[in-house]
Write a protein that binds this ligand. Structure first.
Ligand code: SF4
Length: 316
């Protein structure tokens, strides 16, 4: 895999930049978290009731499973529609949801072929509805396993976090013999996101001292990786051989995690801070708006690095 070395920021500058990303990521997340998680009417994430918290956790698990490789606006609509249609059965006995009715909702939201939710073409003949189904079935099987073993998801998560660290919870969910079937890749971003969401809810909303925000994980999607490359937080950049200069974000995740961990910043907020530079229209793949970008003064602006689209050489 091609690698390029570039001048990175000084240690002082890196630290300064990570503090800004953390601060902005936290402030914006507190305004947007409910919108990102997309809760249906039958779930109250602010409730201190254990049953409500159990419902919240189960819903979010399904939400992140079907989120993988999906178009983000549609996936929120899909999560809301199936929750509103099947309500508590979906959360406690999803195996009682008839496939014919589930698929009806799927097609209503995702279109007859499902291509409004999952991109076809890159999937090697796999239909969007098949992607949806295997993720739903992994969720369904996991809830059945919880019921059969007489556990609540809440207790299971709290025990994992109390005894170990966030990464252990991530590994438990990632390697779980049933849930494993629902994740995309060996180090699924969706599973990392779920762990971060849970630690956020426990700490900041439910006020349970189970795990610290400092224990959260870097998710590092393409847009986050891009900010680390463009800004000069990274000294070495890995990119695709056939499509220079599209970066290989997941391959650089361990380096990014180390930088953030050395700086003792909160990984989840730093990740959000970098992601929002894209979401808010600054660090877009092509034609980034560097002039108005909040990290303009520190960033090295190595703008040839992109997350998904091939750079055509437009000036910043
Ligand atoms: S928009 Fe420009 S200044 Fe902002 S992070 Fe991207 S490359 Fe850096």
């Amino acid at each position: 895999m091609p690698k390029e070395t570039q001048n990175s920021l000084s240690e002082k500058e890196k630290n300064e930049l990570l503090i800004i990303l953390e601060k902005q990521g936290k402030a914006k997340w507190f305004k947007r978290w409910k919108e990102h998680m997309a809760f249906p009417n039958n779930i109250n994430p602010l409730s201190k009731e254990k049953n409500e918290q159990e419902k919240t956790l189960r819903y979010l698990l399904l939400r992140v499973l079907i989120n993988q490789q999906a178009k983000f606006e549609k996936v929120r609509e899909m999560s809301l529609k199936i929750s509103e249609e099947f309500t508590d059965v979906l959360l406690f006995e999803p195996y009682k949801v008839p496939e014919s009715e589930l698929f009806k909702v799927f097609k209503n939201v995702a279109g007859e072929k499902g291509s409004l939710l999952y991109r076809v073409g890159k999937l090697g003949g796999i239909k969007p509805i098949s992607l949806f189904t295997y993720r739903f079935k992994a969720y369904e099987g996991f809830i059945k396993w919880l019921n059969e073993t007489k556990q609540t998801f809440f207790d299971l998560i709290v025990n994992q976090l109390l005894n170990e660290k966030a990464f252990t919870l991530f590994e438990f969910l990632n390697m779980h013999p049933i849930l494993e079937a629902g994740w995309v890749g060996n180090d699924p971003k969706a599973c990392r996101m779920f762990v971060n969401w849970v630690i956020f809810l426990l700490n900041e909303i439910w006020k349970k001292e189970v795990s610290k925000m400092e224990d959260t994980l870097m998710i590092v999607d393409g847009h986050v990786g891009k900010v680390f490359c463009r800004s000069g937080l990274l000294e070495e950049v890995l990119y695709e051989k056939n499509r220079p200069y599209i970066i290989q974000a997941s391959k650089m995740r361990p380096w990014i995690e180390k930088i953030v961990s050395n700086s003792r910043r909160v990984p989840f907020y730093v990740d959000n801070g970098a992601f929002y530079l894209f979401e808010d229209g600054f660090c877009t793949d092509l034609n980034p708006n560097c002039q108005s970008c909040p990290i303009n003064k520190l960033c090295k602006k190595y703008i040839k690095w992109t997350a998904y689209q091939k750079w055509e050489g437009t000036k910043c």
